[in-house]
Design a protein around this ligand. Sequence first.
Ligand SMILES: NC(=O)c1ccc[n+]([C@@H]2O[C@H](COP(=O)([O-])OP(=O)(O)OC[C@H]3O[C@@H](n4cnc5c(N)ncnc54)[C@H](OP(=O)(O)O)[C@@H]3O)[C@@H](O)[C@H]2O)c1
Length: 235
Amino acid sequence: MKVAIVGGTGAFGRGLAARWREAGVEITIGSRDAARAQERAAVLGVSGATNEEAVRDADLVVLAVQSSAAIDTARDLAPVIGAAPVLCVASELRFEKHGVFPARDAGSIAEDVAAIVAGPVVSGFQALPAAQLAQSGLLDEDVLVCGDDADSKQLVLELGQHLVSGRAIDAGPLPNARALEGMTAVIVHVTRRRGGRPRGRGRRRAGAEDRLQVRGTRGPARGRRSVRPCARGRR
Ligand SMILES: NC(=O)c1ccc[n+]([C@@H]2O[C@H](COP(=O)([O-])OP(=O)(O)OC[C@H]3O[C@@H](n4cnc5c(N)ncnc54)[C@H](OP(=O)(O)O)[C@@H]3O)[C@@H](O)[C@H]2O)c1
């Protein structure tokens, strides 16, 4: 299977590329600049090309450009992407003094992308931090994915399972991307607050131990994790 990661020179795209390459997926990272793509790709042991070349003949296109460029990039590449499925990982956040907010008032980036490209769009992975993907080992959390097309959603769920030790969860139809994108603001907000201001010292960066993670209640499935008891009234 060939996966093209558009904007794969960024931290998140490189994290995905490294994980999926280890899982045996054929990866091409794309960039607006072929030389930059090839340089980053060589480090990761994958292929690098312009975004246009990367998406040609891809079985899945991951739109991993800076979130504010996702819609314009989808518009530019739509003729080359054709009917291939597109995974949208973007969420637009607004950082203000008193908190982190979803930058959108309505809809989602993923739905806007779906109105542009011919193939199905899946939305997911917004809550996985690039910094954690860059480290070794599966992330100890669940991953949420939504979309209207069952086959492409299944493909992305399988790829998600190469990223986390928890579950890759079907989060329903594509309009639920509004919640996934918005929830990223909540996760980043809480994580930053937990990183907080220790007594008597300046603000420190939130670390992995401060992170709010996506975790569902665990069922008995898959054998590789023990079932955690869930206290009454608590999730
Ligand atoms: N960072 C995270 O922790 C994280 C977590 C979950 C999801 N995401 C999502 O993943 C996506 C990528 O995140 P990131 O942190 O890797 O972003 P990033 O480093 O800011 O950008 C990724 C790539 O986007 C390309 N790019 C930048 N501006 C562009 C423009 N105007 N037009 C076209 N391409 C442009 C650049 O590639 P070239 O210059 O090489 O073309 C850049 O390397 C975003 O949608 C973000 O919401 C990020």
